[in-house]
Design a protein around this ligand. Sequence first.
Ligand code: PLP
Length: 456
Amino acid sequence: MSQSISYYSTNLKAIPVSFKEALLKGLAPDGGLYMPSSLPRMEQGELNDLSGKAYHEIAYAILRRFLATEMPPDDLRSMTREAYNFEVPLEQVVERKYLMRLDQGPTASFKDFAARMMGRLMQYFLHRENRDMLILTATSGDTGSAIANAFYGLENIKVVVLFPVKEVTDRQRKQMTTLGKNVQIIGIEGKFDDCQALVKRAFSDPELNPLNLSSANSINIGRLIPQSVYYFYAWANLKKSETEKILFSVPSGNFGDLMGGLIAYHMGLPVKKFVVTTNENDEVPLYLRSGNYATIVPSKNCISSAMNVGHPSNMARIIALYGGIMDEQGVIVKEPDTARLRQDMFGVSISDSDTKAMIKSVYEQYRVILEPHGAVGWAGLQEYFKAFPADSGASQLAVCLETAHPAKFPDEIRELLGIDPQLPPSMVGLDQREESWDTLKSDYNLLKKTLLNKYS
Ligand SMILES: *Cc1c(COP(=O)(O)O)cnc(C)c1O
C-alpha cells in the first residue's frame, strides 16, 4: 500500500531525492528546502484508530506513512519508542480550551520532539552506510539544546551549534554548554539571523565539502515530519466525534512547528483553522492580511526570544505547499493560492506588553503558568475568538501549543507572578554544572577557519 515519496526542492532546480538523502543533505543543492512531493492521506478509519494510543504509537502510525519504503517497520517502531519516552500532557485551561504541553522532553522545549526523532533517523542511515557527519546548526535558544542533547554521545555524528550570545537565557545556554563530548557550542556576537546566515553560507561553501556538513535546524525535513505527530495526538485525545474540527494556536518563529501542523492538516486531520501567532516580528501575520511579504531586518528583540525571526526559513515551504514559489531572499516568484492560505490560517501578532499581561491574567484566572512563547499563542487564540465570536463558545475545541517549560524563563515568571516555577526533572542540577563554549564575531571567515582547524 505504501508508495515511496520523493522530496523536491522549493527552488525547483535540484533533482528530487529520497527521504534519506533529504535528511542527510539538509539543504537542497540549489539552496532550496526539501518538501514531500505528495502527502500520504490518512483515511477516516486510520484517524479513528489513533484514539487511545500512546504518543509513540501515534508517531509510528504517522511516520510509517512516510518511511515504510525506507526501513523495516520494527526499526521505525523502536526508534519512535525510544524518542518519545516522556509525557505529553493536554492540560485543560477552561471549557474545551487546552494547552498541549510540549515541554516534558530532555530540554523542556517542543524542539525535543523533532530533534530526538531526527537524531535517531540520521544515526540509523549513517550507521548503515558506515559514514560520519558534522551537524552545523543555528539556534535562537531551544533548537541548539534540543539538537545537542539529541545527538550527544552518538558515534557517527559531531555537532557544532551557533547561538546569539545575548539572545538566549542562562538556562537555555547551559542546556548546551554543559554537555561536551561530540558537541561544540559557539556563541556568536550577533543576532539569530546572523547565526542562520553563517550556517547558510557554510552550506554553500564548496571548501567545506570535506567536513560532510549537514544541518539540523528547522530547515531539515527530518525535523518537520515528526512535528506533525502531536497535532494528530491532540485531536485523537480530545475530539468528541470522528469528524470534529479542532482549532490550533501555534506560537511561531521559523514556522517549522506550524509546517508540522499544515502537513497533518493536508494529510486529512480535521482542523478548523490554525491561529498563526507571532511576537512583534509580524511579517507573516502582515503577509496573511495584505499579501505583501517583507522581511524584518534586523529582527526585533522580544521576550519570546525563540520567535525573534524576521524571515522565517520555512516560509518558502508554506508558500510551496500552497502552490507558489518563494526564493531565499523572501521574494515571491510565483503567487500561492492566497485565498486558501487565508482560509486555513489566521495571523496575529502579540506585543511584549500583551504577552506579559497574558501570563499574569491566565495565572490569576486559572492558576496556569504560561511562559512567554505559550503566552503569545494563548493571546493569539483570544484574538481569534474576538475576530470570530461564533467560534468562541464553550463547545469549540481549541488547543494552544505550549512550546517551552516556564522554568526556562525564571526571571520573567518571577517578575510577573512573584513565584519560582518548579523545575522539570531534566533541569534539576543544571545551574551547578560546568559550562564550556567559544565566542566568535559574526564573521564567516572566522567561523570557516575554526571549523576547518578542528574538523578537517
Ligand atoms: C523554536 C521555538 C518556537 C518557534 O517554533 P518555530 O518552529 O521556529 O516556529 C516557539 N517556542 C519555543 C519555545 C521555541 O523554542
